[in-house]
Structures are given as C-alpha cells and as structure tokens.
Write a protein that binds this ligand. Sequence first.
Ligand code: GLN
Ligand code: ZN
Length: 842
Amino acid sequence: MAVATNLGFPRIGAGRELKQALEAYWDGKISADSLLATAAALRRRHWELQRAAGIDVVPVGDFSLYDHVLDTACMVGAVPARYGWAPSPGAGASTPLAPCGDAAGAGRSTPAAGLGAEAGPGTAAAAEVPLDVYFAMARGTPGRGVPALEMTKWFDTNYHYIVPELEPGQAFHLASRKVVEEFREARTLGFEPRPVLLGPVSFLLLAKLRSPAEAGAAGRSPEASRSEAEGLGSRTAGSSGGEGAAGPRLALLDGLLPVYGQVLRELAAAGATWVQLDEPFLALDLDEPARAAFRRAYATLAQAAPGLRLFLATYFEGLRDNLELALSLPVQALHLDLVRDPGQLEQVLAAGVPPTLHLSLGVVDGRNVWRADLEAALALLERARDALGAGRLFVAPSCSLLHVPIDLNLETDLDPEIKGWLAFAKQKLEEVAVLTRALNQGRQAVAGALAASRAAVEARRRSPRRTRPEVQERLARLNPDETRRPSRAPQRRPLQRERLGLPLLPTTTIGSFPQTPEVRRLRARWRRGEIDTATYEEGIRAEIRRVIRLQEELGLDVLVHGEAERNDMVEYFAEQLEGFAFTRHGWVQSYGSRCVKPPILYGDVARPGPMTVRWITYAQSLTERPVKGMLTGPVTILQWSFVRDDQPREVTCRQIALAIRDEVQDLEAAGIRVIQIDEPAFREAMPLRQADRPAYLAWATECFRLVTGGVREETQIHTHMCYSEFNDILDAIAALDADVILIEASRSGMELLDAFVQHRYPSDIGPGVYDIHSPRVPPVDEIKALLRKAAAVLDPAQLWVNPDCGLKTRRYEEVEPALRHMVQAARELREEWAPAPAAGGR
Ligand code: GLN
Ligand code: ZN
C-alpha cells in the first residue's frame, strides 16, 4: 500500500496565532508557559488537520518557534559564546549558566520549544538551550547589545533561516530534545508521526564558519530583522552553501554525527520507525568533498539506531548528477521533487532503484498555490507503482508546505473562478490523499475527485480571465531594439549631469522615508473605509510635502517622494495591475514572527493606467530639484508573488516588464528626469543550479532593459539592489545599462566594490554609506572614510552618496541626523577633491 505523507506544515497558524503569541511574549505580555501552550495547541491542530485531510504519516519536529535551522543549531549545541550559555553535561536540565536576554526572567529556564527536558534513555541529563537564549540567537538582545545570528534566504524561497555560526573545531553535544518531545507529544495524541530533522550535511553547508576572534562581534544588529521581510537577507543559500569554501565546515561532520546518532537512538527508543532527514543540498551542485560527506554521514547514521528507517528528503531541484550518489546511500526512502523536475523519476527508475529503497514522490507543488493536475500527477505515480509496487511508495507534496498559506477555505472574498484554480496547504494534502487512494484502490475509487480536477484544469485553461490577446500580441511583436538605449551609460553621463545640475558626489536616497505611525494609521483607516479617498490622498500629499521640504533643507541633490502611499513595494504595483489576485489570510512565514502575503499572479499582466505618476509629479511640482520616479522592477514583482505555472517564468516577467515600461514612459512624458527601478530580488531569483543561471541572467537582464529601453538619453535610470554578493552577477549588472546603481555596501565596509573595479563597471555607483539596518547615526568622518575607500578604487566622478536601502523602517530621529551627516561628508569631500580629484582613482 502506498502511504500518504507530508514533509512539513506551516507553523504560524491560519490566524497567525504563533505570531501573536511570540510578539506578546517578547513584549513581556504573556508568560513562556502561555507561549508554549499556544505552540502545542497549534501543533495539535495542524496534526489533526493533516489527518483529517487523509495523511497517514504526519511530520513532527517541523514545528518551530522561530526557525528550524536555529532549532537544529540548538539541538547540536552550536550556541556561540556571546549568548552567555555554555553546555554543562551532567548539570540539571534547564539551568542556564549565564542567563541571557532582557525579558525579565520569564521562561528563562524553559528549554527551547520544550515540554520539559526529560533525558532520553541511556544518556546523562544535560542542560538544554533555554528559551531566551534561543530567542537571543534569533533576535539579539538590544538591551545588552548582543547581536543576533545572521539570517538569509532558505534556498530560492522567500523564507529566511538563521545562519548557524560555527567555529573551527566546534564541539557538538545534544542540547535540545525538541524533536523527541514533539514525537512523544504526537504519539500521546494518537498520531503516527515521522520526526523531521535537517540532515547533517545540509546543516553544515547552511552554516558559516567564524574564527574565534570574530565570534564576539558577529551577527546582525538586533533591529536588522525589521526590513528583512523585503528581501534584505544578505545571501541566499545556494549550491555552494553558506559562506566560503565548504571544506572547513564539512570537516566538522565527524564531531556532529554522534549527536545525530544520539537523537536517532532516542527517537527509536521513543517508538519512531522512520526518521526524515532533509538534505536539499543533495539536489544541488556538489563537489567531491561534499559528495564524500554525504557518503560518510549516511554510512554512519545508518548504523546509529538499528531498526530505525531513514527517509532522505531532497527538494527544490532534481538530483541530476547526484542521482547515483543518492541511490547509493544506505537509506530506506528517498524523496524526489517531481514538481521541479518530473523527468527525474524516469532517470531514477532507469538507474535502478535498490530493492530495499522506498520512493517518496513529491507530485503536489509545495511552493505554489495552484490546484494540482491530478491526472498528470497520477500518471507519474502509476508509472512508479508499475515499476516498484505500491508498497514501496510514499505520495507527498514536493517539499514542506511551509511556503504556502494554510487554508483556501478562509478566502471568502476571493473571486470564485480564480479560487477554483487554487489549493493551499490543506487542499494540497487532500490532493495527496486522493492520489494515494487512486494508487491503492484504483482510479474508480476517486473518480469524482479526478473528474473535478480535470474540470478545474480545463476551466483554468479555457478561462478568458487568464489571457489578454493584446498583451500576447505585444510580446510577440517585441523587437530587440526596444531593450536598447542608443548609447551606453558613460556617454550619457555628461548629458545627464548637466541637465540635472549635479555636483561631484551627488547625494540621494533609496526611496522610502520613515513610515510613521500616523502614515500607517492613515492608510489603515482608509482601507477600512473610515476616511474617504480625498482625505486619505490629502494626508499622503501632506507627507510628500514634508519629505520634500526636509530633503531640500538637508541639501540632497536628487530627491524622492518618500513612498508614503505604499505599504509594500510589490503589492502596491500588483494591486494596480491586471492579472493579480489577493488573499485576505494567505500569510506565509518570512522569518520568525514575520509573514508576507504574496499576490497571486494568475493571468496576463496589463496596466490599465498610470500607477505612480500622480504622486511623483506632485512631489516634483514642489521643488526645482529632480525628484526620482520610483518603481519596482519586473524580476522583484515576479519573485515576490505566487506566479502562474502555465507558462515559463520569463514570459510572465516580460509581461510585467512591459507594464512597468509603460509607467516609465508616462513618468518621462510627465517631466520626470530620473527614474529608479528597484530590483532587490534580482540576485535571489537566480536558479539554484549553476547550469541554469546563464539563461536566467539573460532573460532577467532583458526584462530590466525592456523597462528602461524606451527612455531618452537624458533621462537618468537608477537601480537599487541590496545584498552584499554581486561577484557572480556583475556582468549581468553591467548589462542592465542603468546610469546609476545604488547598492548596499556599508556593512561590508565597501569590500564589494572590488568586484565592480575588477569588472570595470562603466556606470555610476552609489555604494551605501549608511547602514539603515541599525538605528545608529553614522558620524561624518565615518562616512568620509567609506567614501575615500570607494574613491581609492573607483573614479570619484563615478560615485554617488546614499544610504544602503530605503528608510521606511527607521525613525525620523535617526534618519534626519544621519542624512545630515551624509550630505556634510559629501560636501567636505567635494571641496577637497574638486580642484584635483583624489589621486589613486581610476
Ligand atoms: N525603494 C524601496 C525603498 O526605499 C526599495 C526597498 C528595497 O530595496 N527593498 O523602500
Ligand atoms: Zn534595498
């Protein structure tokens, strides 16, 4: 009999109960016990929901109070010294040696996500990581100035994980039995659970290695997290893993495996028969040492707990060149992501599935919100059943359902036609159950569900809502000239500088100004219908007036309108474009308690009318200085939405690009002289596999150029990207042919500029000189020092002066003095360099 299973379930709760409980706990409003009770209630509700949907084996240990990678770091005792917690094997459970965290004692002695730190059989009781140490690692402790661990994107998703910080020679020991406790909890409630662990090789590849000297000062400032929901994570976990060469991290494997072994033994002792080990890296590019690490790890784990069966989960990519490796590992089940790579099923069958191996087939998309085509999924499953027999199959979503909203049934306002095309976590599990029944009992047993699926697929395919002939015709007619400006950026520079009256070292900002509580309230009241549109718009105009006046007073050269009318840089545009739908409860965890509600891009994209022109021209009417038009780029809109799966992403992206192109044209026609296209997601949208990257970069670049290709020579195009790794995409960045790129740089101390120098980046660059992730106001001299560093390697005539990113998460008390210092620094250097520009340049 095939078994219906799931790899992971969203944790936050359909009503975002976990978010509320976490934030209340952090604010000192509820006790640790109350937080943990909410967590336990959610787990139970989610297991019940999964069972009711028809899932035979539910995951446990996938729940997390903040992040599952952080949970794993705690499980293996990888707690950096700055959190003031040290292992004390043999000491009584839950007695932190050096209490950490500023919440007044509440819950300090509660194990992370624990239900009591009961030691497993045959092991000495050891202290478990206390709850507040756990949260200190996740968020920092502002009161004591201890920074959080870094955070970055989980593969190519918009979920951020906490980057474990390891030292050379790092010692590991079991310091959290969360997974064992949750297993017992589920068993007690009568479920058949399969514990989920992040596999040891992927854990190491996701981590970063610090030298002991660095360890004290590492991490984000506690406030960094606020803006990370918008994709400000500095790196994306990709094929090469966390940071730097994988070798030194993989060298820690031998010390790590005994802890995993102990966890497996404790799980087996608690009654587990299968344990799921997630190894997404097994589906990415691996070098020989990483392959060897997989062999070593699984040879060891296979021996760790006799009788316990290992379920190895790969996802987000196909196995490709790692297929033989994966099939050779001594595990009892292998999960394949057949949504990302349906072709790998044939490859695996052709390679020969060892007789003892089960396959888990991920046929329902865990990354997107579309209803499955059950016929197509069933065709794959039946092929596997005919080859291997149903008894060796698990049917599953392609990956954890962490990345989709929980329940479509809550969306009572959604257009019924579009709703009929969708499936959220609950509905996806029902699909898995139907498919499993079809395998076990034959198609006739689920004839009704299959017919309904067929009808839904057909209805979506036929729906006029999905297609706009005029958009498709325009795309078909596209000609390459539309992506080209007549000359390259260096030739346009003098023309633009003169027209804009710009000095050496022009100053500007990235776009948003602080979103004050008043602005947020104004928007919320308007959305609720408590104030009319005229009142709302006058409120926004007042905010624009204030922001323009402030910038003039500060002496900035290129001004912005401040983005007060925008709540989110993607949603704002999506709401004004056709082809997008919006949910009310479609929350997806971004990190910790933060969630995003991505728009659903279901049809051809069209722009019924101008989206920003009114606000930008109003701002421009208030000042002589140039005001930038501010637009979100097509790749970022694509990347931060749930996009249609019925055509290639690049086609969808081109459609968005055409809509934004029209907006650019309208802004230019309205007299706007500088237009910024934000593409913070340009780097993160890169495919995980090296081999797929050139094609992506080609279409992504083309889309950007489609947006800007129609403007006049004297119109200046800015772009903004924020993450610190540009090395591998600099050719593409140069090919964007923007006149100015404003990038995050202050946190890396301008180091990233080396890449721009090496590539002889031709256009202007504004390396951020003010870290907006921190409330700290940078002194003038510090900004000057950063600019000197930049001018030592780049032509000073190429340099702009600006913050790292938008200011919307900051407060005016910080922003005003910081910008004042920034302008002052530019002025002083201008004077110093004007007669004879800095030596050492070029
Ligand atoms: N223009 C946007 C802002 O300033 C850019 C945001 C971003 O890079 N994520 O807020
Ligand atoms: Zn940014």
